[in-house]
Structure formats: structure tokens, C-alpha cells
Design a protein. Structure first.
Lengths: 339, 133
């Protein structure tokens, strides 16, 4: 996936107002099959995946025994005994290794299926209209966070209504030899609607506006899901033990040490990853992601601050290469689509 | 990618156009493409002194921020205020409407602009961009 095909701002706006086409084939896919696959995932992940119905998707996480986040994941249940786990590219080896070892006591087979899939995402308000005529299934009946097997441009694929942009959209998991054919069919079908191929730069500004965390920025092994405000992915209500349960329970009852907040700047200068955030002049945290928001027309950022800073009414500023720039606390997400 | 033959260049991807002792400065098309969409350009103030090879401003793009270096020694006489309203000119027309600032350069013994000896020709700059991949 390139950083950009042309202008990343034009690619971003295409996704917000028409559609964008993303080559996400670098993402990792790990397959779990067998009668014990659901129970294995219940033990290995924070979610309650055995209750997921076939054809459904769920956002979840895999944590270390100390509660630190090893990756955030989307899990599809493709059949009664078939699950597909989508991992960030840089974490695929770790996730695969952990899923293998954590599944050892279960009647489940784990395989790294990354090379079996080419992943193409079509995202934006025009996505359903562009993809619909090219697929064998009824996209109108496909709800958000569901998926189905079918044909796309005549080639077999798993199609899911999921994405990472804050817009309606679909992800097409096809076979690598079909990828160019499917890409070209979608690009040509979408051209008149304003579809553009979109790169990593647009993907990052889209997910940031939508308040979605990026592993390595807002999530990492030194953070639990609670710091990121995503404690809901930890399902203490599921039966039995799961990796990280005691540490996560302790964190849940003690409360997070840090809080993830949204910041908006009235400035031309952009707060970027690693810049310090001050509350009443004293450093209270660090920017994790920042960019000029194409939708809002001003710089936005996410930052980890000492817990309680947001509610303290302290005056927040960001240090931008020697300059102190006022920042306004902004509820996440910065952007949500009208439904 | 365009590298106009009549301009001089720096290792830091600025271009210089010299008329008499007045040097106009901008960043190259290669630099603009590497940066991506430019959202803000911070320029030296008119009347300030700039030094060749020293940072004198910043170019902020969607993905990154980079120092802007002066290619020459002298005094800033003019800055491109159009960039304040439309920084995308740097991407669209890096060698013309996207120019950044002008510098009055000192004269050498012949009355010509005294330019640093290490400015690159178009051919040399093209080699640089090729070796940078």
C-alpha cells in the first residue's frame, strides 16, 4: 500500500463524499477451525467470540498476561467452526504465535492464512452502490459488522461490511491471483461516482477523524484497553479464564492511570506524535496521533493524559517545536457520518 | 518530474533563481511530491537575514513537517503571501506560483550575486534525486 496515489487530501475527501479503494493485502489473516475454535478464542482474546453468530464480525483485542495490548483485531465467524482473525501486519507473527500456543488445550487448528488473501477495501457513501452490481449477494441486506461468502466481479471472496474510515464500506477478502481483476473492476465501476484509489496517508487521517486507535500510537504493550477507553472489549462476563483476566480485572477496578483524549488546535501548526501536552503549564501527557483534519480544516490530535486531566478544567496546550499552542479538549470521534 | 535547467538547487531540495543580486527560492517538485499535500508554510520575515544551509522556516504537510533551508546568504526582501491562503500552490506549481521568498544577495568582486559554491546544477540535482530513489 503506497502512502498516496495522488493527493492524500483528495483521497480523504473521496472517501468522505464518494468512495475510496484501499489495497490492504498487507494485513494478517489467521484462521481457526474446529469444534473448539470458539472456546480457544474466548481464552486467547478479550472478547466473547464463542457467542458470535456465523456471518458476524467483532472488534476485539489480544492481551499479554499483564493486560498489555498485543494487537487489536477484527474477528469474523465464517462458519460454525471457522473463524478468521484479522491482525495488523506488523503484529501478525506475534498474534499467530500466541493463538497457536493459547489454543494448545483446545480442539482447534490454527493457521497463518495471510498469503491466501488479497484484501481490498471500498469505503465511502458510494461504496454500496458501486460494489452492489458486482457481487452475488444482496448488500442491502448486509448489516454493519457482518460478512458473507460470494462472488465479486465473478471471483470468489468473503465480503464484510467493515472498515477503518468512519464511513460505510466493505472489505473484500479474495484470492491473490484475482486481486488485480477485482481492483480494476471496482476502480472502473466507481470512476464515474468519484472513487479514487487511496493510500496510507488518507487511511490515517480518516481513522483519526473517526477517533479510531492505531496500534503503535494509541495501543501498545504498555497500555490496557481501559486507558484507550475501550474497556468494553474486555468481556469479564464470559465463563472461564482468559489470558490477562486477573491483571485486566485489577485495572478495571483501580481505574486507568491515563486517559485518551481528543484535542483540536486553533493553529496552522500541527500537533504530531510525541509532542508534549501541558495542563496549566505542567506536562500532563503526550500526543499519540496528530494531523491536519481535512474535514474540520484545523489540526486534530489524540493524546494520552494523566487520568482526570480532562475533567479538571485545566488550560491545555501543546508544545510544537518550541511554541506553546492552545488546545481544546474535543469529544471523540472528531467526525461521525450522518446515518 | 520537472527539474528546470535554468535553476540552481541544494542538497535540501530547494531551488534558486537568480536575477542580478535577487534570488527567488522555493522547494523542488521532487520535494513537494515527497512531502505530500502542503498545509502550511512558515516563512522568514521580510528584512531578516538568512544564512546558506541554515533553517529559516518550515513546510508542514499532512504527514510531516520539514525545515526550510536558505540556499543563499542575504536579506529577505519579499515572501509569497499567497501561500498563506493557498499552501497547495507548493504542490501544484512548485517553480512558479509556489515560490517562497526572495533574498537580496551580496555582490562579488564582479558585481554578480555572491552564491555559495556548492549550489547544484539541474543535472547534478537530478543525479541526487535518482540516488535518493
Amino acid at each position: 500500500m503506497p502512502l498516496r496515489y495522488g493527493s492524500e487530501t483528495a483521497e480523504h475527501q473521496a472517501v468522505r463524499h464518494a468512495a475510496g479503494l484501499f489495497d490492504l493485502s498487507h494485513m494478517g489473516e489467521i484462521r481457526l477451525t474446529g469444534p473448539g475454535a470458539g472456546a480457544a478464542l474466548d481464552y486467547a482474546l478479550t472478547g466473547y467470540l464463542s457467542t458470535l453468530r456465523p456471518g458476524r464480525a467483532r472488534y476485539t483485542m489480544i492481551c499479554a498476561p499483564d493486560g498489555g495490548v498485543l494487537d487489536d483485531l477484527v474477528v469474523y465467524r465464517q462458519g460454525e467452526q471457522e473463524f478468521l482473525v484479522i491482525a495488523n501486519a506488523a503484529n501478525t507473527a506475534v498474534v499467530y504465535g500466541e493463538l497457536r500456543s493459547r489454543s494448545a488445550g483446545y480442539d482447534a487448528a490454527v493457521s497463518d492464512a495471510t498469503a491466501d488473501y488479497a484484501l481490498i477495501a471500498i469505503q465511502g457513501p458510494a461504496a454500496a452502490g458501486i460494489l452492489g452490481p458486482l457481487v452475488s449477494m444482496d448488500l442491502g441486506a448486509m448489516k454493519y459488522y457482518t460478512g458473507a461468502f460470494g462472488d465479486v466481479a465473478g471471483r470468489p471472496a468473503w465480503v464484510a461490511r467493515t472498515g477503518y474510515t468512519g464511513e460505510d464500506g466493505f472489505e473484500v477478502f479474495g484470492q491473490p491471483p484475482d486481486a488485480v481483476h477485482v481492483w480494476e473492476a471496482l476502480a472502473s465501476a466507481g470512476a464515474s461516482a468519484g472513487l479514487l484509489p487511496a493510500g496510507l496517508a488518507a487511511r490515517d487521517t480518516l481513522r483519526l477523524e473517526a477517533g479510531m486507535p492505531l496500534y503503535g500510537n494509541e495501543l501498545g504493550p504498555d497500555l490496557t484497553p481501559f486507558e484507550a477507553g475501550l474497556g468494553r472489549v474486555v468481556r469479564f462476563d464470559k465463563p472461564g479464564d482468559f489470558v490477562g483476566r486477573p491483571a485486566l480485572a485489577a485495572r478495571a477496578s483501580a481505574g486507568p492511570r491515563r486517559e485518551l483524549v481528543g484535542l483540536t488546535l486553533r493553529s496552522r501548526r500541527v500537533a504530531r506524535h510525541g509532542y508534549p501536552v501541558f495542563a496549566d503549564g505542567i506536562q500532563a501527557g503526550t500526543v499519540t496521533s496528530g494531523a491536519p483534519s481535512p474535514t474540520l480544516g484545523q489540526p486534530i490530535a489524540m493524546a494520552y493524559l494523566t487520568a482526570g486531566t480532562g475533567a479538571s478544567n485545566a488550560v491545555l496546550t501543546v508544545g510544537i517545536r518550541g511554541e506553546t499552542v492552545p488546545a481544546q479538549l474535543t469529544e471523540l470521534p472528531f467526525y461521525s457520518r450522518s446515518r | 518530474m520537472s527539474i528546470p535547467a535554468e535553476l540552481r538547487y541544494t542538497q535540501e531540495h530547494e531551488w534558486v533563481s537568480v536575477e542580478g543580486t535577487l534570488a527567488s527560492v522555493g522547494i523542488t517538485e521532487y520535494a513537494a511530491q515527497q512531502l505530500g499535500d502542503v498545509v502550511y508554510v512558515s516563512l522568514p520575515s521580510v528584512g531578516s537575514a538568512v544564512t546558506a544551509g541554515e533553517p529559516c522556516g518550515e513546510v508542514e504537510s499532512v504527514k510531516s513537517v520539514s525545515d526550510l533551508y536558505s540556499p543563499v546568504d542575504g536579506e529577505v526582501t519579499e515572501v509569497n503571501t499567497e501561500l498563506d491562503d493557498d499552501p497547495s500552490l507548493v504542490n501544484a506549481e512548485p517553480y512558479t506560483a509556489g515560490w517562497m521568498f526572495r533574498v537580496r544577495v551580496a555582490q562579488d568582486g564582479h558585481g554578480d550575486a555572491a552564491l555559495p559554491p556548492d549550489l547544484l546544477s539541474a543535472a547534478e540535482y537530478e543525479e541526487l534525486t535518482k540516488s535518493a530513489g
